[in-house]
Design a protein around this ligand. Structure first.
Ligand code: NAD
Length: 351
């Protein structure tokens, strides 16, 4: 099984690559541009494995994508490359439109060209998994869950660009027959998460006794999934998902942002008592423009059809994650010092 993964140096992509190389034993080609969010240090455990190779390239470069397909001849594509941070999309949407929309278009075209040249079992077995987010569905009120038929209603430039890419992927199936499957997942957390997102930022700021910023009142609800549970789900969906279908992925772990931060503080009080109580560092800041109130996923289809279940609850996963950050300063210290030191992103400025 030859699997072409895009965005494999990112947070979820690197978990997918580690799973495919170590647990599945697939031959993996990782294509990644290495933006600020891409980090080869997340792939140390696979870099010398004979079934892993890396190509630094931009998914927007259609010529290079076609060449990569021709040389690697994948049986499967798992497309994760994207600009992924909502706050950055508020300050600079162009990169999101380029990579998430145009990049997906170029990759679909390259995959279609490759697939059209296949025959027999190779053509039958080929799959293109487009990896997306629950943010395409917009915001929920206090009740209800997102299911696969929930209409799209994105709020941010990020989620709008992902919605566009989902539509392209499904259209390439309906129009050209490309065997596409789409996944929409809730918020992930876990090891190797770039420290601009809520959970790693809170852990590292708490460790360094810095302010723990909470947008608005902190009442926004997210449905948290441990990244390795997501990686296993993606492999299942790419292997056995039905062509032309969408699958929601979620951990049934709804938490208000303020409760996530307080939970991290409580664990830090135990693991780093010299900084306790860490809750004193909580600082409420201006809310994110267009901030969705609540996301929650109904993953019944994935559980029923593909027999997937998350292994981590939020309580077990967050403890593992905090311990990982405490043990892996060599991974995060260069990012905090040279790439992003925690300043506020995503406030409104004149465009
Ligand atoms: P990430 O920002 O950590 O990683 C993205 C990776 O894509 C990086 O390695 C980056 O270098 C690479 N990349 C960016 N632009 C590229 C380009 N033009 N060409 C090639 N590579 C490029 O993102 P993530 O959190 O790992 O998310 C991966 C995918 O999963 C994204 O498609 C995202 O929309 C989706 N997703 C994320 C979450 C989440 O909670 N993080 C939840 C659901 C879905």
């Amino acid at each position: 099984m030859r699997i072409l993964v895009t965005g494999g140096a990112g947070f979820i992509g690197s978990a997918v690559v580690r799973h495919l190389v170590h647990d599945v034993g697939a031959e993996v080609l990782n294509i990644d541009k290495l933006t600020y969010a891409g980090n080869l240090a997340s792939l140390g455990s696979v870099e010398s494995m004979p079934n892993y190779r890396f190509l630094r390239a931009d998914v927007c470069d259609g010529g290079v994508m076609r060449q990569a397909f021709a040389e690697f001849r994948p049986d499967r594509v798992m497309h994760l490359a994207a600009e992924s941070h909502v706050d950055r999309s508020i300050n600079g949407a162009a990169d999101f439109i380029n990579t998430n929309v145009m990049g997906t278009f170029e990759l679909l075209q390259a995959a279609l060209h490759h697939w059209n040249g296949l025959s027999g079992e190779e053509k039958e077995g080929f799959r293109f998994l487009h990896v997306s987010t629950d943010e395409v569905y917009g915001s929920l009120g206090d009740e209800g869950l997102f299911h696969e038929m929930t209409p799209y209603d994105p709020s941010s430039p990020y989620s709008a660009s992902k919605a566009a890419s989902d539509h392209l992927a499904i259209a390439w199936h309906r129009t050209y027959g490309l065997p596409v499957v789409v996944s929409n997942c809730s918020n992930n957390y876990g090891p190797f998460h770039f420290p601009e997102k809520l959970i790693p930022l809170t852990i590292l700021n708490a460790l360094e006794q810095k302010a723990l910023p909470i947008y608005g009142s902190g009442a926004n609800v997210r449905d948290w999934l441990y990244v390795e549970d997501h990686a296993r789900a993606l492999h299942l969906i790419a292997s056995r998902g039905r062509i032309g279908e969408k699958y929601n992925v979620g951990g049934q772990n709804e938490r208000r942002n303020i409760d996530v931060v307080k939970r991290i503080c409580a664990i830090m009080d135990r693991l780093k008592p010299q900084g306790a109580p860490h809750e004193k560092l909580i600082s409420h800041v201006t809310d994110r423009p267009g901030h969705d109130a609540r996301y929650a996923i109904d993953a019944t289809k994935l559980r029923a059809e593909l027999d997937w279940n998350p292994r981590e609850s939020f309580d077990t996963g967050i403890e593992k994650t905090i311990i990982w950050y405490l043990d892996n300063e060599l991974w995060w210290r260069p990012l905090r010092e040279k790439v992003y030191s925690g300043e506020r992103l995503g406030t409104l400025t004149k465009v």
